[in-house]
Ligand binder design. Sequence first.
Ligand SMILES: Nc1ncnc2c1ncn2[C@@H]1O[C@H](COP(=O)(O)OP(=O)(O)OP(=O)(O)O)[C@@H](O)[C@H]1O
Ligand SMILES: [Mg+2]
Length: 421
Amino acid sequence: MVREIIGPIPRGNDLHDREELIRNMWNIVKTQDVFLVGPRRYGKSGVMCKMYDKPEDRFKVMFIDCEKLEDPYEFFASLLVEVLKNKSMISKIKDCTDSIPLLPEAMFNKVKENISEIELTQIKIKLRDTIERQWKEESLRCIKELDKLANKSNETILFLLDEFPSLLKHMIDNRKYAETRLFLEFFRSIRLDLNLGNVRFIIAGSRNIYTISRNIPQLLLDNKEISEDEITSFSLTHVFNDFRKEMIEPFDTKTAKKFIVELFESDNITVKTDIVDKVLNVASAVPYFIQLLISEIKRHHDGDITLEAVEKIYRERILGPTCRFYFEYYEERLREYGTLNEKCAKAIVVELSKAGKLTRDELYNIFILNAKKKDASMFDNLMSDLEMDFYIKLDSDNKYSFASKILSDWWLRWHTVSRNR
Ligand SMILES: Nc1ncnc2c1ncn2[C@@H]1O[C@H](COP(=O)(O)OP(=O)(O)OP(=O)(O)O)[C@@H](O)[C@H]1O
Ligand SMILES: [Mg+2]
């Protein structure tokens, strides 16, 4: 049975459902790499951790959190350390140290059956130094050797790269353009030169990789890292051409209802179907919103859990100051759009939260008013970012609305207040 968990990665029994998605992912990685795309807090890391915790037969799974990594050297050192942590991999690699020169023999003498975290950190630091010298050549050679090794034993090595877009963002923010070029070249070469059969990658992250990478080719050109004729080769679509996009959606109605019932039951509370429907309606079947709402209901209902009590808790607590920080990320994210885009994006979502639904033309007018210029392609990019970041969605009647009720209500409440101050 699931337990209440708000924020951390849900593992083991705490991860509700997602079985079909996980099954699909296992099928796809047999032949292709994957982008796991989805809004903040939909359970991307939970899904990847499940694949790590319960690997399918003939898969060796490595999980790398890229959030704190700063450059390609650290990235590859982390990747190798994950390989070293895998006991069955160590013995295989030991037999072929000659062909993986990145792992000097002296280092292997340190690799024992039970390698400690401290030793792993030391190895990581040493590896970084070794790697930095000829990063691209050596890292590709190493991946190729791992592929051969896995092929020999009829296995697949699967690297789960969580928060991958953050690593790209860190490099760009720190003006590490040469490193960014190297890093993208690495992934391009994996696709174009190596033709890997037994090494696969799944990439996910809470940041939108499309927004982050849009300006990278131009930045590399402006900083003389690439030439004009190379610019298209560094676009996201070109570098990650063969990655399959898998979307993580809200729960379907049946799964969401079961989740709601179980979350109440985990505190020995039985609720009637009208309460289940109400929670589902407010939280729009988003697992994190369901968790948050039920947690607040459990703590603050006074007597029976009635529809009125749920509505009151929703208005006063979920949309109130005590829960404000749970949603602040949605405001912060818009800052990453750049000053002018942020201003236009805020105006668009505020107006949408007030109106409920608006046509594309109406939203373009709001954009023009705030950007103080007509720029259809800038507007197109902005709308695509807002959709990809799941603030807004295009409905079947061809009008835009907020992607979820909670966010719409929250935006309306806090933006009206801050504008009146
Ligand atoms: N399948 C699920 N079962 C239970 N809780 C879930 C599930 N999916 C998401 N959650 C809720 O969302 C929170 C975040 O989950 P997780 O870290 O897996 O999401 P994420 O998509 O990786 O988030 P982020 O975009 O912030 O990286 C959990 O703490 C939990 O409250
Ligand atoms: Mg995550």
